[in-house]
Design a protein around this ligand. Sequence first.
Ligand code: RB5
Length: 153
Amino acid sequence: MAGAIALPLASDHAGLPLKLALKAALEAEGHTVADLGTHGPDSVDYPDFAAKVAEAVAAGAAPFGILVCGTGIGMAIAANRHPGIRAAVLHDSTEARLTRGHNDANIACLGARTIGVETALDAVRAFLSTPFEGGRHQRRVDKLSPPGAKPGA
Ligand code: RB5
């Protein structure tokens, strides 16, 4: 799914190794990745980096984003506070496929301390390539956000 729109990607210090591995693999597969930090091992606060990716997706600058922290959980909690964001913690490609198909998730959150690089990469690949199924799932997704809170709105 390479394209002109950069895929925003960010992590905190705990997620940095997995983020760098994902970034390298995705770029090798043809994706244009926008690395929004963190760029070093110093301790940082995950909500600050969740906001960078969430704001890019919510503004319509990119359809999807990726966030990595120790567990993926803090990033998901933080990202989901932004209107129009549906962030899901992924442990495998099945969760990735289902959350895209059913929840129209737009940010994938991964845990560097909980899953390995290959499993994370498989999940991201599935996340980026699975379309939203719409239909009955659209009605449910519509109930998650107030009008006007959709990305790019
Ligand atoms: C950082 O130590 C850790 O708390 C953070 O990466 C994340 O796992 C929080 O959800």
